[in-house]
Design a protein around this ligand. Sequence first.
Ligand code: ADP
Length: 272
Amino acid sequence: MSVIEMRQIKREYRMEGKHKKSRSKSKTDTTAVVVRALRGVDFFAEEGEFVSVMGPSGSGKSTLMNILGCLDKPTAGTYMLDGIETSKSNSNTFAFIRNRKIGFVFQSFNLLSRTTALENVELPLFYRQRHRNEKRHTNKKRKEMAIAALREVGLGDRMDHFPSQLSGGQQQRVAIARAMVNDPAFILADEPTGNLDSEMALEIMGLFQQLNDKGKTIIMVTHEPDLAAYTKRIITLRDGGLVSDTPVYIRRNALEDLAQWKKNNASILEEK
Ligand code: ADP
């Protein structure tokens, strides 16, 4: 089933500025400068895919991510998310889509610091946007769902910990549990290992691979080819256009790489 269907997505930023004309001090030119951040991108993703979005700085990754995440609307083009035509949606529908259809994972985890892991994961359920006839979850149900999500990311024994009592990798696991708790159509991860050391980054990529193996659809923005090698498909942007869209033929296994990494580091420690 199609989760994402983007057709000819364009995003232009108009920079309305008063530019003084060079020859005359008094006259100003109010013509807008238009930045074409996306110039007609077609992007389709099916359920169960694991896609990296790559490209140099300024190529349009954040702009595409904001549109994918329904945080921004394109200037032109259509975007169907899980069968919903987002381009014509109002702000209520946008809020519903963000809460129910997309699980966000950020580089900086974005956890509430005075709140336990369990409460952090319960939060999207607390603010759960409902269909017209949908019932509100009971407290008990919310807690059960949050516990299940934390168990799925391997944090069943850390539920009552506050973020400060968890490692960076564990905090990102909490954020991933929070992203999954509403069973979204896809997880949208923005440089999810950017704040983690190599070992924790491999752990997180391993977790993403496990979740993807269970059928979760993941879209990950990254500028690191090493990380993209753990995904199944890489799309590359340049100057606001999609310049390549290729499957990852020889896909790396993050947990195997992690085991190897530990072995190598153990031998370095032994040598000392
Ligand atoms: P990336 O995430 O790949 O670095 P961006 O999507 O942030 O790229 O930016 C793509 C282009 O759009 C860049 O030229 C950038 O300067 C421009 N841009 C991004 N956001 C804005 C904005 N709010 N206003 C004007 N120009 C913008």
